[in-house]
Design a protein around this ligand. Sequence first.
Ligand code: ADP
Ligand code: ADP
Ligand code: MG
Length: 455
Amino acid sequence: MFRKILIANRGEIAVRVIRACKELSIQSVAVYSEADRDALHAQLADEAVCIGAPPSAESYLNIPHILMAAQITGAEAVHPGYGYLSERASFAEACAAQGIKFIGPTPDAIRKMGDKSLARAIAHQAGAPVLPGTEHALQSEDEAIAAAREIGFPLLIKAAAGGGGRGIRRVMSEDDLLPALRIAQSEAQAAFGSPEVYLEKYIPEPRHIEVQILADEHGKVLHLHERECSIQNPRHQKMIEEAPAPNLRPETRRALGDAAVKVAQAVGYQNAGTIEFLVDADENFYFIEMNTRLQVEHPVTEAITGIDIVQWQIRIAAGEPLPFEQSDIRVNGHAIEARLTAEIPEQDFTPSTGRISEWTPPGGPGVRVDSHLYTGYSIPPYYDPLLAKIIVHAPTRETAVARLARALHETRIAGVQTCRDFLLRIAHTDEFRAGAVSTPFVPRLLRGGVAGGAR
Ligand code: ADP
Ligand code: ADP
Ligand code: MG
C-alpha cells in the first residue's frame, strides 16, 4: 500500500479523498491555490503545498507545479478527483514518467474514451447499443450533410472532447446544420482545445442512467449497478441522482450492467469508471459516453452497495485484486443525492459567491454530507459552484424521498444564495415522488409546467 498520496484537486472531492486516505492510514498531501489558503482540504490533509495563483490554469491545472509538489513531499501516488486533470491522458503519463502512480485508468483508456466519437465506435464494437450518429469526428461539411440526412432531425452536434454538459448543440432542421456546425467547431476549439465534433440522434425525453464500474489491474471488471441522473439543469448538469434507478425492469437493469462491463473490458479498463446511457420510454438503451474517473455522484452507489469506491480506487492502484464477485454486489435500500450549489436556478443558474455566515448541515439517520464548507468560509469566485452533496439512504425509495426532503429542510446556510429551495421544490413534485422523471423535467419545472412542487 502507498505511504503517501497527493490529491490534485480542491473542494468537497479533495476532502472526500483525504478521508479515504486517513481511513487507510495513508499520509495525504493537499495542493491549493492562493485563493484556497483557508480551504478545508488544505487544513485536513497532513501536508499542504501552494501550487499557484487563483485561476485554475495556474494552479489546479498546472502539471509541473503539481508534480513538483509530489516530488518535494515524497508522494508515491496522485488521486486526481473529478474534473481538472482527472481525464487528461498526458497528466497520467507525466505522473508515470516521474515514477508516481496515477490513481485511475491507463493513459490509453483515458485517451480512447476521452474522444466521445471514438468511444461510441468502441462501445458499438463491444456490443453496446449506440444511437444513430457518426462514429468518428466529422471530416467535412459534405460528410456532415450526408450523415445528418441519414440520422434525421432533430439531432445533436457534440464536441468529441466535451464534458460537464458543455459542447452539445441541438439542430432542428437541415437549414440550420452548417451554421450550427461552424459555431460548434469554434466553440469546441475554444472550450476543449479541439474543434472535433460528431453527430448523434436526439432523443426527446430520455432518462439518463449510468453504470458504475470497478476494475482491478488483474483483469477483473465488475459493475456496482446503476444510477438514475435524469434531474439535470437546462445545461445538462446533474442536480439530483439516485441508486438504483426507479421503475426499471429487472431485465433492463441486468442488460445495462452487462453492456457496461463489456465496454469497460473492450478498453482494458482499470480502476473506477462510469458508463453513461440514455434510456427511452420503452427501456431501449444507448451508450452515450464513458467517464474515466470518479463521478460526483459516487456516494449513492457506495450507500446501496456498502463498497467504499474511493478506498477501492486506491487499493486497486496499489495492485490489490478485487476480492468479491459480481454476485456478491447486492443492492441494499435506496439512496438519493442532491447537489447543493451556489447558484440561483430561477435566474438561469447564476452563480453566487460570498462568506458563509452560517453552515449547519443536516444529520440524523441515513444522512451523509460531503462538503468543504464551514461557518466563516469565503467562497472564492474562481471555481465550481458545488457547496455540498446531501446524500440520504433508506430502506425504500419512498422513505428515501421523505428523508431527502427532511434533510434539505434542515439544511441551514446563509451568506450565499443557493439552490436549496429549488431542490426542495423538486423533492415535493408528484413526478419526482413517483420516480417518473426524464431529462426535460427541470426545464419544464422552471417554466411552471410540473404538478406539485409547492411546499
Ligand atoms: P458527473 O457525472 O461526475 O457529474 P460531470 O460531467 O458533471 O460529471 O463533471 C464533473 C465535474 O467535472 C464538474 O465539475 C465538471 O464541470 C467537470 N468536467 C467534466 N468534464 C469536463 C471537461 N471536459 N471540461 C471541463 N470540466 C469538465
Ligand atoms: P457530457 O460529456 O457533457 O456529460 P453527455 O454526452 O454525457 O455529455 O450528455 C450530457 C447530457 O446531455 C445527457 O445526460 C442528456 O441529458 C443530454 N444528451 C446527450 N446526448 C443526448 C441525445 N442524443 N439525445 C438527448 N439528450 C442527450
Ligand atoms: Mg456525461
